[in-house]
Write a protein that binds this ligand. Structure first.
Ligand code: SF4
Ligand code: SF4
Length: 422
């Protein structure tokens, strides 16, 4: 909760900034008297209200700074600053430290585990964060009898009681790469077409092919996600001379429909970290933005590059088109609102200097006001960093450009286009 949410130095900050601290705006943590007294004595601020139940009482942050009662479902927590930070960061309630994880005491003495899936950081929780959150969630829940705790959940934290909040044992989706599937599903395609037109796709494909010296009979591997530029260009030109493969680790349900509609060559779903080619090699491997950076860490990006090296012919070329970090930080760190097909898309961007990851939250709101937020996280590389990574993966000759026209890379270049050879 809040933009400086941290748990034992394990921070959700990169997601809390673009999220604008939503979780601090519609509910209240539960506190016992000891925790409440400690905050009041340390800060001199008493924004708490005691809630009586037949099983005892608990406290919620139920007052506004002017002393009037706070409407918990619609008014922000009184400790939230206008800039979206928690003013009691070092003292904040145990329940806030554990969020979006929650332990719920059961009458039989066990705990059931719940997670708030509306939190955009849910797909990105590290093991360290989960470990710390587990600790605080147990401490928080352990203070209250089950029925009293249930009273608080029903009145002030109803998400916990939703069916899909229950955490299944060994649930993998908390922190694995399945956020890809969700992020690029549903209305993303229409948004993408609005942002980048079809003509541009063909232009990119043609220019990339020229830069890489592509011949008619070249054997091409395209690591593409949905944006298969070369496959697209090949299908549209009708030449059929480019043998293009389509890789996507987590295809969405309607991918097959999209591929067919665009007339792509036979596609292949593949995990780029373990390419499914045994003996088949390529003259050109084309890596799009989704090729590296979206993986969990640098080590996984290195594995992708090693796989590319393995399937590249000795005379082959690897072309990688990535966002230029310096340009993104200078030009793209802003919020945008777009109207597409009757839906309103709110896009928030944040660059985390510590992890060098670009965090984007997209909130899609339909005409009835229902909204869903999805998040992505992408490591952006500087050219020296990427050059080292390529060398570590076994590439010997590399060159970098600021565009498909072979121009010099500068802070004004939108893209960083890299050519690497074995
Ligand atoms: S909802 Fe999640 S991402 Fe948003 S502020 Fe709360 S913890 Fe951070
Ligand atoms: S105490 Fe801090 S972290 Fe907890 S809800 Fe309030 S502002 Fe958010």
């Amino acid at each position: 909760m809040s933009t400086d949410k941290s748990t034992n130095q394990v921070s959700l900050l990169p997601h809390c900034v673009p999220c604008k601290s939503q979780c601090c705006r519609y509910s209240s943590p539960i506190l016992d008297r000891t925790e409440r007294d400690y905050i009041v004595e340390t800060t001199g601020k008493d924004y708490f209200v005691e809630v009586e139940t037949p099983e005892g009482s608990y406290f919620v942050i139920g007052r506004k700074p002017d002393g009037s009662l706070r409407e918990l479902e619609t008014e922000p927590c009184s400790f939230l600053t206008p800039t979206g930070t928690c003013s009691i960061q070092q003292l904040k309630p145990l329940d806030c430290r554990a969020y979006p994880l929650r332990a719920v005491p059961q009458v039989n003495g066990t705990l059931s585990w719940h997670i708030h899936r509306a939190c955009p950081a849910v797909g990105f929780l590290s093991e360290r964060f989960l470990e710390a959150a587990d600790h605080y969630a147990r401490l928080s829940a352990g203070r209250f009898p089950p029925r009293l705790y249930q009273n608080w959940l029903k009145r002030f934290s109803s998400w916990t009681l939703e069916k899909d909040a229950v955490l299944r044992e060994h649930e993998e989706e908390i922190s694995d790469l399945r956020w890809w599937q969700s992020f690029f599903a549903d209305g993303f395609e229409s948004l993408f077409h609005r942002q980048q037109g079809e003509q541009e796709s063909l232009h990119v494909a043609t220019a990339l092919a020229a830069l890489a010296g592509l011949c008619d009979d070249s054997n091409v591997l395209e690591l593409a996600g949905r944006r298969a530029w070369l496959s697209h260009a090949s299908a549209r030109s009708g030449t059929g001379t480019v043998t293009a493969y389509f890789g996507n680790p987590f295809p969405t349900e309607d991918d097959a429909h999209v591929f067919k509609e665009r007339g792509y060559p036979p596609s292949l779903s593949a995990d780029y970290r373990l390419l499914p080619f045994d003996g088949e090699t390529f003259d050109l491997v084309l890596g799009h933005e989704l090729c590296i950076g979206l993986w969990r860490d640098e080590e996984e990006d290195r594995r992708v590059l090693q796989e590319v090296k393995r399937v590249l012919r000795d005379t082959g070329t690897f072309v990688l088109g990535l966002p230029n970090l310096e340009y993104c930080v200078r030009e793209e760190l802003c919020d945008k609102t777009l109207m597409v097909s009757g839906k309103t898309w709110g896009i928030s961007n944040y660059f985390d200097p510590e992890s060098q990851r670009w965090i984007q939250h997209r909130t899609c709101q339909d005409q009835d006001g229902n909204s869903v937020t999805k998040a992505s996280s992408c490591r952006l590389y500087t050219w020296p960093e990427l050059s080292s990574l390529l060398q570590a993966a076994g590439f010997k000759t590399t060159a970098v450009y600021g565009g498909l026209d072979g121009s010099k890379l500068s802070i004004r270049s939108q893209k960083m286009v890299v050519l690497a050879r074995a």
